[in-house]
Design a protein around this ligand. Sequence first.
Ligand SMILES: [Zn+2]
Length: 377
Amino acid sequence: MEKRTYPLRHAIPGTETVVTAFHFGPAQSSRKIYIQASLHADELPGSLVAHHLFERLERLEAQGRVQAQIVLVPMCNPLGLRQNLFYGHIGRFDFATGQNYNRLRSIRLFDWALERLLEQGFEPGDDAALNVRTIRSALQQAIAAFEPQTSVEALHAVLVGLAVDADLVLDLHCDNHAVLHLYTLPQLWQAFEPMARHLGSECQILAEDSQSASFDESLSTPWLRLQRHWPEAAIPLACHSATVELRGERDLSHAWAQQDADALLQYLHQLGDVQLPDHAVRKAPELARAPHPLQGMQYVNAPMPGIVVYHVQAGDWVQCGQPLADVVDPVSQEQRTVLSPIEGVVFATSGQRFVHPENKLMSISGAKDIGNASLSP
Ligand SMILES: [Zn+2]
């Protein structure tokens, strides 16, 4: 294992802010795995999983059982980790700009790589390995040339630079109160299905492009778009990328984290990237629930300001019209019951107790496309 630090541009004079990454496995390996945690800096279950992964990977590496390069970044957002306000940690949005740390709108890898490839006269043929090498090189050059204008962009430049040539990218997050769920592209679902089974993921949300410029999509969709640009050529989706939501923000226990770290290792074993001892290999359980389209997701907002009394919790399957929560105004004595707009699984609730109308109460994922594709800001 090699510990490396990557300084961010635009640090305050006289100070340095770095992202710390642990590099496991043979550097010359043709496979690269990239795992980062807590891009939303107050979502810490992934960081705890990374802590347990670190221990396991160190042991496996000492036994010569790590075949791929594995880059582990346990706390990938040093900017957000610093943000305390009135004794509370706020890590989803950058204090200076209000930017959601998981919205990489300035990172346009597809545009940049395509421009470079066209300049270089690239004409992809049927040699998939050659195409991947050439495209990766263009992607690496593109992110290396990016000049961040803000601290958040500087952070994104470092993280994307670390992940851009990886075969597998996992971005570990969590929700407020939630069951384990994940987001990826429909085209990558087959590849991630075993991981979802090992993790016991209760909700799999698929979208080709959620328009959110999330970290995982910023890395996977350039390949899809390049594939469409050259439909005759052999261009695989060479970066399998997913966002894994490790339950709720307070679901921090060694038991969960060890279980999740083991699930990820089981998946890496299945991919041939690590070799677990025979006695440690587990068969993946059945998939908990078939995937749903992102277009089938419905956020449920509060109908008025008031106190919330929840009738359902994360993991519950609800019917259309089923009471989800009451919002109570004890001054006017008004009370409204929020009914479920769709049938589906409540995969997360906000846990808010006093709500404003702009506050989300919960997130429901249904099987049916209702055209409601949009992720939280
Ligand atoms: Zn998050």
